[in-house]
Design a protein around this ligand. Structure first.
Ligand code: ATR
Length: 269
């Protein structure tokens, strides 16, 4: 069976490696390729249609096409609807495409299983209000936290998401008090910058989680730990978790994520 990931850029994608490790667990043989697509909706639509016309088994979608994939899919899971973005395309028997979004599932799986952090009744702060943040809100809320606050550098974007999901928005400057879990969903980590939040919010914080990952602890992790976060984690486990959820949707097989995370971590160093 053939799978692919569409993106631009895409050469860096770890998805082929991850999915081959899943296939090995299943004792299955799959092909999983990277597809570089010109950055426009027409090129994306043509590439997706061609892939599925040639019996593609399923596809992942990464930046900058997740919203294009949402527009292209004829059917959407509730998760994809809430996210307004699709990272997993599943071919239906009638030839239409179902769009799902497994990013939030990947995050929740990493938090609850790999990091053994139960979300129920916890106080959660989500930093950022772009596509990455929006994609994870519904699955986090489904874990029934006691409190869920979203904060963003541009407050109006946090307010818009707060209104959509019936959660509370605060500005960075307004943040105070304690959170059990602080998640960084800003894209600042890519360039090594940390959201300008009051450092005191990390005191009493059990876990500071960066959705970005790198060989070294991210700038956010390096900021959170000395300011009081008991534990920190990057988002490598989320990456593997979202892939595992996609794999399960396509093949009805639930891969183990821990050995795959360990293999990828080894390669990063
Ligand atoms: P993504 O798909 O990665 O979420 P995005 O939709 O462009 O990308 O959103 C980027 C997010 O990171 C936004 O919340 C952005 O804040 P603004 O809405 O104020 O632009 C946030 N972000 C990026 N760089 C940041 C920085 N240096 N400090 C704080 N927030 C930052």
């Amino acid at each position: 069976m053939n799978y692919t990931v569409f993106g631009n850029p895409i050469a860096h994608s770890k998805s082929p490696k991850i999915h081959q490790l899943f296939a090995a667990q299943e004792h299955a043989t799959i092909e999983y390729t990277r597809t570089l697509v010109d950055d426009n909706p027409q090129a994306f639509q043509a590439a997706v249609q061609q892939f599925f016309a040639q019996n593609g088994g399923g596809a992942n979608v990464t930046l900058p096409f997740k919203q294009h994939a949402y527009a292209l899919a004829q059917h959407h899971s509730p998760r994809a609807q809430a996210a307004g973005a699709v990272n997993t395309l599943i071919s239906q028997a009638d030839g239409t495409l179902l769009g799902d979004n497994t990013d939030g599932l990947g995050l929740v799986q990493d938090l609850t299983q790999n990091l053994q952090f139960s979300l129920k009744d916890k106080r959660i702060l989500l930093l950022g209000a772009g596509g990455a943040a929006r994609g994870v809100i519904l699955p986090l809320l489904e874990c029934q936290p006691a409190q869920f606050i979203i904060a963003n550098r541009s407050p109006e974007k946090a307010q818009a998401l707060a209104a959509q999901f019936h959660i509370q928005a605060q500005t960075f400057a307004e943040l105070s008090g304690c959170f059990d879990l602080i998640i960084n969903a800003t894209s600042g980590s890519v360039s090594g910058s940390v959201p300008e939040v009051p450092p005191q919010i990390f005191s009493g914080c059990q876990l500071a989680y960066d959705m970005f990952y790198s060989a070294q602890p991210t700038a956010f992790m390096q900021f959170a730990a000395p300011n009081g976060a008991a534990h920190t984690s990057d988002g490598l486990g989320m990456l593997v978790g979202q892939a595992a959820a996609s794999y399960q949707l396509w093949r009805n097989f639930a891969p183990q994520t821990a050995p795959v995370i360990a293999a990828l971590r080894k390669e990063l160093h």
